[in-house]
Ligand binder design. Structure first.
Ligand SMILES: [Zn+2]
Ligand SMILES: [Zn+2]
Length: 105
């Protein structure tokens, strides 16, 4: 079993960890940096391979915590492993996090 933690995404512009998700998964993945106002959208690509027995973070992420979508099954249950990897909690796909649509604030 693999214990995971909530996804943590640093601002691609200033490196701040104070980033929040400002939309809903059925719309877009627009995130905003609370420090510099930069907006961006995280996305995932498949790294290859799967992990079985992914344990979701406890407590689970809030609605404004950073989130993204699994490139394989489109689930929002994308978490980080202890070693900083990114994995889908639903299908177990090992993912690579990418930051797209960067718009400096
Ligand atoms: Zn920033
Ligand atoms: Zn998945």
């Amino acid at each position: 079993m693999i214990q995971t933690r909530k996804l943590a995404i640093a601002c691609p512009q200033c490196g701040s960890a104070d980033v929040f998700y400002s939309c809903t998964p059925n719309c877009c993945y627009n995130h905003v940096c609370a420090d510099c106002g930069t907006t961006f959208e995280p996305a995932t690509t498949l790294k290859g391979g799967t992990i079985s027995g992914v344990i979701p973070p406890e407590p689970p992420p809030d609605a404004t915590d950073p989130t993204t979508e699994c490139a394989k099954c489109t689930s929002n249950a994308v978490y980080m492993t202890e070693d900083g990897g990114v994995v889908c909690g639903k299908c177990g796909a090992i993912l690579v996090l990418e930051i797209t649509e960067i718009a400096p604030g």
